[in-house]
Design a protein around this ligand. Structure first.
Ligand code: PMP
Length: 381
């Protein structure tokens, strides 16, 4: 069996050793309930407070602006359902066509509940149409929701522009920053978004913990009742995992610039090798701002599933950008929204680098991909 080369960091990242050590020691020594009024509870409460401070620092936010949740799916629900619950007169929601399924799959239910939902289309590069957003905003709009970085293509969305447009009509903005947090510097003092979602496991913390930034003064009704998280999210906190997220956030803050450069170098090296060797390969999101770790490439005429399976046999883990449905793999809604055909969308693979990857791995992945794809292309010709 070949050694594993893990290039699916947009799906999840491995826990770093420092993070895992902090989680284990917290599980063993910090078992209290942070709401308990005795010294064991105090220890857990203090651990939670330290973790909150580190996560807030990563976002240049105030600790009180961080609501811990079970991850970005919950944060996205809390933001959207909470925003709709704020003012019953506002029954309109605006989202981009390329949001993550944790948002897109909520939309049919919202429509059934009488919420009007406007999809903002994207262009062929995956960038949302800001004119369409300007026209869609009304007095009745409760929220605009736009991701910061697309999980499939890595395209960076014009969040500041969207925030300014929304603010000009008095509409709050929610940003799903799950693929951005820990991978690019975010400064919530400079970004005018009111709400921002993230998930710990995308930046080397455990799965099942994340958070929602809620700007100071922004009143957001809770989804889950209870006194925790200042009444904004009930349920006993997952202290050990949150301690791990704090350590992961601290490491991301400390090493942001070097990590970003290293991942971009690997991605660019990989992409150059692949496009040099396979003339037909098409990089999605090429030519617009993209996060440095993600490469999404179409191989016209091929099926991504075949490529992924063969790479896996060689020890290399990548993914298709598309969500897996029970009946097989659906063509990516992101690539379809960018105007690609179903066939083209089904030929796309996503390679996402992380801080644990090396140059040798990037080169091996590119060489193996060429070895896998070339004969398939010859056969298809
Ligand atoms: N939003 C985006 C952009 C994501 O990439 C993901 C994870 N793939 C989520 C939300 C959901 O995160 P989680 O599964 O941790 O709740």
């Amino acid at each position: 069996m070949n050694a594993t080369v893990y290039l699916d960091n947009n799906a999840t990242t491995p826990m770093l050793p420092e993070v895992a050590a902090a989680v284990v020691s917290s599980m063993q020594d910090c078992y209290g309930n942070p709401s308990s009024k005795h010294h064991v509870g105090d220890m857990a409460r203090e651990a939670l407070m330290r973790a909150r401070g580190k996560v807030a620092a990563l976002l240049s936010a105030a600790p009180a602006e961080i609501v811990f949740t079970s991850g970005a799916t919950e944060s996205n629900h809390l933001a959207i359902l909470g925003a709709l619950a704020r003012d019953p007169a506002r029954r309109h929601l605006i989202v981009s066509a390329v949001e993550h399924p944790s948002i897109r799959m909520l939309l049919p239910k919202l429509r059934q509940m009488g919420v009007r939902v406007t999809d903002i289309p994207v262009d062929s590069r995956g960038v949302p149409d800001m004119e369409a957003l300007r026209h869609a905003l009304t007095e009745e709009t409760a929220l605009v929701s736009m991701m910061w970085v697309n999980n499939e293509t890595g395209v960076v969305m014009p969040v500041a522009e969207a925030a300014a447009l929304a603010a000009s009509r008095g509409v709050p903005l929610h940003v799903d920053a799950t693929q951005a947090v820990g991978r690019m510097p975010l400064d919530m003092r400079a970004c005018p978004a009111d709400l921002l979602s993230f998930s710990g496991h995308k930046f080397h913390a455990p799965k099942g913990v994340g958070g929602l930034f809620v700007r100071k003064g922004f009143v957001l009704p809770a989804l889950l009742g209870g006194r925790q998280e200042r009444g904004r999210r009930g349920g006993t906190e997952n202290v050990a995992a949150l301690v791990g997220m704090g350590v992961a956030a601290e490491l991301a803050t400390q090493h942001m610039q070097t990590r970003m450069q290293a991942m971009r170098d690997l991605r660019d090296r990989f992409e150059t090798m692949v496009t040099d060797c396979i003339g037909a390969a098409q990089v999605n999101g090429h030519g617009v701002a993209r996060i440095g770790n993600t490469s999404n490439v179409c191989f016209p005429g091929l099926n991504a599933e075949t490529i992924i399976h063969r790479l896996d046999k060689a020890g290399i883990c990548v993914s298709s950008g598309a969500a897996c449905a029970a009946s097989g793999t659906e063509a990516s809604h992101v690539l379809l929204a960018m105007g690609q055909s179903e066939e083209m969308a089904r030929s796309a693979i996503r390679v996402s680098f992380g801080v644990c990857n090396t140059e040798e791995e990037a080169i091996l992945a590119a060489e193996t991909l060429c070895d896998v794809v070339q004969p398939l292309l010859n056969r298809a010709a």
